[in-house]
Design a protein around this ligand. Structure first.
Ligand SMILES: Cc1ncc(COP(=O)(O)O)c(C=O)c1O
Length: 475
């Protein structure tokens, strides 16, 4: 860590050193348990007396920022106090109006959460850690420490080409696949190369909020289009939209599949209006009842569809890998843009994933996960049509890692979510997914991240919460 002491600054050196170390601790640059540089060494590096350093260390220990160790040396305290009031630079900078009031849409589950029923989360206990760590280890050992291809490692792109062809009938070649840090990042790159500021993007309503916010962040004019049981109502698409963003295989959040006539109508619309379609196929691998319909990408004869896929559900969201299959004219500009932003995802992760796919381990992992999720999906749908049906009306959904259910009897979504959190259940609401369509109050109940044995208990607890909310309401 760099420390800068300025004898001409008009402030004692002990104070300068103390403030810089305290800021490093409270700001997280030094973490609990980190060793402070031995006083003799730091004094030598900074050209100050050892007494100056030991005085500062003593003060940090006295104030609880550091702990002295019996064997000598000091470490950052495990629970150090926050920055003192008024410390730190003045808050002179503010985000542009577009970002005013924004905060992350997803956070780790609250402390004390017993059952994580949030949508879209895979089972962390099913992660094939041993296989994966062997492959990551080998990839790191073989890595050439150099920049890689901004479109993604060729081995991984080839592996993805084979995988999407056999699992989803998507037609791609290594030059039309771009490896990204997840589906969200793929949507970002594609939108950036397609849009001019102020261009119109059509989204499903209700829809996937992070994608909507992303388009807004890019300066697009976002127009909401209703969905019905067949998916996006194509007839209501604005003729000026440059992009229609859709989730045809499992509409987010409601869960229906876009019908074949709608798919064809959407492609005709795109052709007529010289527009692009972003097909977000985020969780298509987990289908439990019927067979998937052909993706838009495979039906598209005119090169208007960008197909976006993710390894967040099939594998792990923490690995942050996804991809886009893009019409050929977009591939090079996307790679160029990618290079300007962050060049490429870590090469070792890409190499490891390529061998994971090529060795058949991803297919095996998906087959195994599908069996497990199918059982949980069954448990949840049974509960929704049985014990939970007094208070929730489930939307039919044969795929993915969550089911949407509308709250009945005027139950308040916010109250239910808060009561659930108090009982150790983290789940999500439906209300915020609506933009202009009349918002419905409901729950998005995830079943990926809770164990098969824990799920019935979680649903029983949820049932009790709903019943008591209904009782409160009746009073
Ligand atoms: C509809 C939809 N699209 C995209 C994503 C994001 O996936 P990734 O983690 O690959 O960015 C999700 C994640 O839940 C999703 O629900």
């Amino acid at each position: 860590m760099d420390l800068f002491l300025d004898p001409g600054a008009g402030k004692p050196l002990t104070m300068q050193l103390y403030e810089q170390l305290r800021t490093a601790i409270t700001g997280g640059r030094l973490l609990p348990g980190d060793q402070l540089v031995p006083s003799r060494q730091l004094a030598g590096e900074l050209g100050v007396s050892r007494h100056t350093v030991t005085t500062v260390y003593g003060r940090l220990v006295a104030e609880g920022y550091a702990e002295g160790h019996a064997g000598g040396g000091s470490v950052v305290a495990s629970a150090s106090p926050g920055p003192p009031q008024g410390a730190g630079p003045a808050a002179a900078l503010h985000p542009s109006p577009r970002f005013e009031g924004w905060s992350p849409y997803f956070r780790p589950p609250p402390y004390g959460c017993r059952f994580d029923l949030r949508p879209g989360l895979p089972d962390p206990s099913g992660f094939p850690a041993a296989h994966w760590s062997r492959r990551v280890g080998a990839a790191v050992a073989a890595e050439q420490a150099w920049y890689g291809d901004p479109a993604g490692k060729i081995r991984l792109r080839r592996a993805i080409v084979g995988w999407v062809a056999r699992s989803r009938s998507v037609t791609a070649d290594e030059n039309t696949v771009v490896v990204t840090c997840g589906a969200q990042h793929a949507i970002d790159l594609v939108a950036r190369v397609l849009l001019e500021p102020g261009d119109c993007v059509a989204v499903e309503d209700p829809g996937y909020v992070p994608a909507v916010r992303l388009f807004e962040a890019l300066g697009a004019r976002v127009v909401s289009v209703p969905v019905d049981d067949q998916g996006l109502v194509v007839d209501l698409l604005p003729p000026t939209a440059r992009i229609a963003y859709v989730t045809p295989s499992h509409q987010y959040p409601l869960g229906m599949t876009m019908s074949m006539p709608r798919r064809r109508a959407l492609l005709r619309w795109a052709e007529r209006h010289d527009a692009a379609v972003i097909e977000d196929d985020y969780d298509t691998e987990f289908r439990y009842v019927d067979r998937p319909l052909e993706p838009l990408q495979a039906l598209d004869a005119n090169g208007r569809v960008v197909y976006v896929g993710s390894f967040s559900k099939t594998f792990s969201p923490s690995v942050r890998l996804g991809f886009a299959v893009v019409p050929r004219p977009l591939a090079e500009p996307i790679a160029a843009l990618r290079q300007l932003i962050d060049w490429h995802p870590p090469i070792a992760m890409q190499t490891a994933l390529a061998s994971f796919i090529n060795d058949g381990l991803l297919d095996k992992h998906i087959r195994r996960s599908r069996r497990i999720y199918a059982e949980r999906h069954h448990i949840l749908t049974e509960a929704l049509s049985g014990s939970l049906s007094d208070h929730l009306a489930a939307r039919a959904s044969n795929a993915g890692l969550h089911v949407a259910a509308i709250l009945k009897g005027g139950l308040c979504e916010k109250d239910v979510l808060q009561a659930a959190a108090r009982h150790g259940i983290a789940t999500s609401g439906l209300h915020d997914c609506f933009r202009t369509a009349p918002a419905q109050q409901g729950l998005l109940i995830g079943f990926g991240a809770v164990s098969t044995t824990g799920l019935p208990a979680a649903l029983r607890t949820l049932g009790r919460i709903l019943a008591s909310q209904a009782l409160n309401q009746a009073r």
